[in-house]
Design a protein. Structure first.
Length: 309
């Protein structure tokens, strides 16, 4: 039974089709008043979530809607946001949005829109990634504490020289993540219930994650070799968080509205020749469930209002 802030739903489950989006596992109520450009104002929230693929957003919306109401908001530029208030700990306000496309540039734009519309205390990129360490298995989850951006390079006739950049998760966010692992252990194993109803053991680990535009599907890839040499503890590869980390570094942290970023990634493949979509749904769901477990800790990252400082 989903209650949509009193807008829709009854115990019988009837929902007005013109006021809601009904997914296979979630219901999203439309906040009609917020569809008007004149109503667009900054609305503070605790946690901002960015996803890239449809399967990632479905997992996040399903997780949110099983906890509380989820309300859709479309801003004056046509960007879609999904708002939820989770009754975890002292209560956590969450807003989720999906980047328009894959890759660093689109993720950066989604980050910019999210920060300027909602000023979240922390931004979390949630989704899937390819594992590159023997420490992670399919459907395990990586909570990345460092982004290794491998894309910058100089190419000469004789070699490619990579000019790798690293971005650390800001200390305040790292403290919040550490608090979770202080309770559960690091790495920890959680029993997570899949959308098929089956329970599965899932290892949750922290560590660096590689990020760049290239999708790696070859075990002998130069990118894999470079990352292994650069930091042998690199757990996984993905294609978006480097842009978000740089956007925070360059534009946001000086404003002190958003205290930081990190990413939660379910392992859907091994970034090798066997890469396919077979584990996208289950790994995205595991990432969303780990976000759910982390939410009470992320309340700690909420900034105070400027006038209270």
């Amino acid at each position: 039974m989903i209650y949509n802030r009193g807008i829709i739903n009854t115990g019988s489950g009837s929902v007005s089709a013109d006021r809601a989006i009904i997914g296979s596992d979630y219901v999203v109520a439309r906040d009609e008043a917020l569809h008007q450009p004149s109503a667009a104002t900054k609305r503070r929230t605790d946690v901002g979530v960015i996803t890239i693929l449809p399967v990632e957003m479905r997992a996040v919306l399903t997780m949110l809607s099983r906890n509380t109401a989820v309300t859709e908001h479309i801003d004056e530029r046509g960007a879609w946001f999904y708002e939820a208030a989770i009754e975890a700990g002292d209560g956590v306000n969450v807003v989720a949005t999906r980047a328009l496309d894959r890759g660093q540039r689109s993720a950066l734009i989604a980050f910019d829109r999210l920060v300027h519309a909602y000023a979240p205390g922390v931004v979390v990129l949630v989704g899937i990634a390819g594992g590159m360490s023997s420490a992670v298995k399919l459907n395990d989850v990586v909570v990345a504490t460092q982004a290794i951006y491998y894309e910058a390079r100089k190419e000469t006739p004789s070699q490619v020289r990579r000019r790798t950049q690293t971005y650390e998760v800001p200390a305040r966010i790292r403290h919040a993540i550490n608090s979770f692992f202080n309770v559960h252990g690091e790495p920890c194993t959680l029993i997570l219930k899949g959308q098929d109803g089956k329970e599965r053991a899932c290892s949750i680990q922290t560590g660096p994650i590689g990020s760049g535009e290239a999708v790696v599907a070859y075990k002998g890839s130069d990118i894999r070799r470079h990352l292994e040499n650069f930091n042998d503890k690199t757990l996984a590869l993905e294609t978006e968080v480097g842009g978000i980390a740089h956007a925070f570094y360059e534009e946001v942290h000086s404003q002190q509205d958003t205290f930081g970023w990190f990413t939660i990634r379910g392992i859907s493949d091994y970034a090798d020749e066997d890469k396919n979509d077979g584990y996208h749904e289950s790994s995205a769901w595991h990432a969303a469930l780990v976000l759910e477990r982390l939410l009470p800790y992320l309340k700690l990252a909420t900034p105070r209002k400027r006038e209270d400082r």
